[in-house]
Design a protein around this ligand. Structure first.
Ligand code: AMP
Ligand code: ZN
Length: 475
C-alpha cells in the first residue's frame, strides 16, 4: 500500500495516514441539512471528500463511509440560537418537516449522482436515531459531563482538559450563540457549553418532538454526528470530513461529547474542505441566494464540468466561483474530451504497454498521496495525452485515473463520437426516424415496426434506449 500523507486539522500538520486497524478506514462525513437544495459550495465539500474516499479505496483500503442527514436540531446559527432550519424550510413551502426532509434528501442524492459522487455505505437520518442520542446523553449525565438547566440538557465544557482542539477561538466565534439579535442563553454555566437536548426553547411550534428522560423535546445538532458515527464506525474513527465552517463549534463539540462518552481519543484525522465563495463572499443556503447543480444545467453546463472545476484546485484553498472561471474549466474539459475521442478512434487493437502505464501513473499517485493534491493530479492527466506511448495505453491510464477523479472523460468522449456519427445520417433517413418516433408516441407499434424495417432496408439501424434514439449505418 502506498504511503498517503494527509493534512490533519487537529494537529495542524501533514501526517502519514495510518488507520486504527490495518487495511481498514472508518470515515464519517457530516451530511446535508435538508431544508433546501444543496448549493454548489456544499457540493464542493462532497466532491473533494468523494475523491479522498475513492483514492483510499483504489489504494487498497476497505473503506466504511457513514453520513448523517440532518433533519432535526440544526438552528440558523451553528450554536444554540436562531430558528430551526427545518421548520423554516417547512414554513417556506407550506409542508411538513418530514415532507421537505424527504424531498431535499432525494434532491441531494440526485445532485450527487450527476456529479459522480458515490453514495456513502451508510446514510442515517438523525430522526431515526433518537433512542441512540438519549442513551449517549444519559451516559454523559451519569459521567458528570452534562447538566440540566432551564429544562434543557447542556454539555459542560469546563469538565474537559482541552476543548478548543482546532485552535484558539475568539470571543467573536464564541458569539455564534448570540447572533441574529438573540440574547445569550442564561442557562449555560460556561460560554462554550452547548445543548444536547432541548425541551424548552423559543419554538412553541416545534414540529418534531420525542419523549425523553428530560421531558418532550428534540436533540441538539452536534450529538447527531457523534452518535451516528460511534454506532456505525465504531469507537475509533479514522477520518472525519466536513467543510471548514464545521470546525467550530460543530466538530469541536462532536469531539467533546464523543471522547467524554468513550473515555479515550476518538477521531485521528480531520479533513476539512475550504469554502467555495463568490466574488461577493460566502455562498450560503440560509441567505436563500445560491447556485445549484440544476441551475448550472439550465445554463448548459455539464455537472461534471463543475466537478472538474473543483478538482483543478486544492481542497485546502478557498475557491472563487464565477461563470468566467467555470467557462475556462469548460473549455479545458471539452478539449480533454475531444482529445480522448481522438485516442479512441486511433486505439484499434494496440496492446497496452505496462511499463508506460506504470510510469504515467506514478505522478498521479504521488500527487494524490501528497494530501490529495487534485490540482497536480489533473496536471498528470494532461501529461498522459502528451506521452510517447500508444493510444490504448493512454486510454487505459485515463480510465484508471477516473476511478478516483470521476470526471467521465472517456464516457463523454464516446458520447461525442456517437453524436458526430448522428450528424452524418442523411436527411431522408432522419425523416423516417422522426415518423417512427411519432408512431411510437401514438402507440402505433405496427407502423413503428414498418418504419424500422424501411430504415433497415436503406442501410441504417435505429435503436431506442433511455439515453434516446441512436441511428447507425450498417457495417
Ligand atoms: P449544511 O447542509 O449547511 O449542513 O452543509 C453541508 C456541508 O457543506 C458541510 O460540510 C459544510 O461545512 C459544507 N459547506 C457549507 N458551505 C460551504 C461552502 N461555501 N463551500 C464549501 N463547503 C461548504
Ligand atoms: Zn456533523
Amino acid at each position: 500500500m502506498n504511503s498517503i500523507t494527509l493534512y490533519n486539522s487537529a494537529s495542524h500538520k501533514e501526517e502519514e495516514f495510518v488507520p486504527h486497524e490495518q487495511g481498514k478506514v472508518n470515515m464519517y462525513t457530516c451530511g446535508p441539512t435538508v431544508y433546501h437544495y444543496a448549493h454548489i459550495g456544499n457540493l464542493r465539500s462532497y466532491i473533494m471528500e468523494d475523491v479522498l474516499e475513492k483514492y483510499l479505496r483504489c489504494s487498497g483500503y476497505d473503506v466504511n463511509r457513514v453520513m448523517n442527514i440532518t433533519d432535526v436540531g440544526h438552528l440558523t446559527s451553528d450554536g444554540d440560537t436562531g430558528d430551526d432550519k427545518m421548520l423554516k424550510g417547512a414554513k417556506r413551502e407550506h409542508k411538513t418537516v418530514m415532507e421537505i426532509a424527504k424531498f431535499y434528501t432525494d434532491a441531494f442524492f440526485a445532485d450527487c449522482k450527476k456529479l459522480n459522487i458515490r453514495k456513502p455505505d451508510t446514510v442515517v437520518p438523525a430522526t431515526s436515531y433518537i433512542g441512540e442520542f438519549i442513551k449517549v446523553i444519559k451516559a454523559l449525565e451519569q459521567k458528570g459531563y452534562a447538566y440540566t438547566a432551564g429544562g434543557n440538557v447542556y454539555f459542560d465544557t469546563s469538565k474537559l482538559s482541552k476543548y478548543y482542539v482546532f485552535g484558539d477561538v475568539s470571543e467573536e466565534d464564541l458569539a455564534v450563540g448570540v447572533r441574529d439579535g438573540v440574547e445569550a442563553d442564561e442557562n449555560k454555566r460556561n460560554k462554550a457549553d452547548f445543548v444536547l437536548w432541548f425541551t424548552k426553547s423559543k419554538f412553541d411550534d416545534q414540529e418534531l418532538k420525542w419523549n425523553s428522560p428530560w421531558g418532550v423535546g428534540y436533540p441538539g445538532w452536534h450529538i447527531e454526528c457523534s452518535c451516528i458515527s460511534m454506532k456505525n464506525n465504531g469507537e475509533y474513527l479514522d477520518i472525519h470530513c466536513g467543510g471548514i465552517d464545521n470546525q467550530f463549534p460543530h466538530h469541536t463539540n462532536e469531539i467533546a461529547q464523543s471522547e467524554a462518552y468513550l473515555g479515550h481519543d476518538w477521531c485521528k484525522y480531520w479533513f476539512h474542505v475550504h469554502h467555495l465563495n463568490t466574488k461577493g463572499g460566502k455562498m450560503s443556503k440560509s441567505k436563500g441566494e445560491f447556485l445549484t447543480v440544476s441551475l448550472l444545467e439550465e445554463k448548459g453546463y455539464d455537472p461534471l464540468v463543475y466537478r472538474f472545476f473543483c478538482l483543478q484546485s486544492h481542497y485546502r484553498k478557498s475557491l472563487v466561483f464565477s461563470y468566467e472561471n467555470l467557462d475556462n474549466a469548460k473549455a479545458a474539459y471539452d478539449k480533454l474530451v475531444s482529445r480522448a475521442a481522438q485516442l479512441i478512434s486511433e486505439k484499434d487493437t494496440q496492446p497496452i504497454d505496462e511499463n508506460a502505464f506504470e510510469a504515467l501513473k506514478k505522478p498521479f499517485t504521488d500527487a494524490m498521496s501528497d494530501d490529495i493534491n487534485t490540482s497536480n493530479a489533473i496536471t498528470a492527466l494532461y501529461d498522459v495525452f502528451k506521452a510517447d506511448t500508444n493510444s490504448a495505453t493512454k486510454l487505459a491510464v485515463i480510465e484508471d485515473f477516473d476511478k478516483v477523479l470521476s470526471i467521465g472523460i472517456i464516457d463523454r468522449a464516446n458520447k461525442l463520437i456517437a453524436d458526430k456519427a448522428q450528424e452524418d445520417i442523411p436527411p431522408e433517413i432522419m425523416a423516417l426516424v422522426e415518423q417512427r418516433k411519432a408512431a411510437r408516441a401514438a402507440k402505433n407499434f405496427a407502423l413503428a415496426d414498418k418504419l424500422r424495417d424501411d430504415i433497415s432496408q436503406l442501410g441504417y439501424i435505429v435503436e431506442e434506449s433511455r439515453q434516446g434514439t441512436r441511428i447507425s449505418k450498417k457495417q
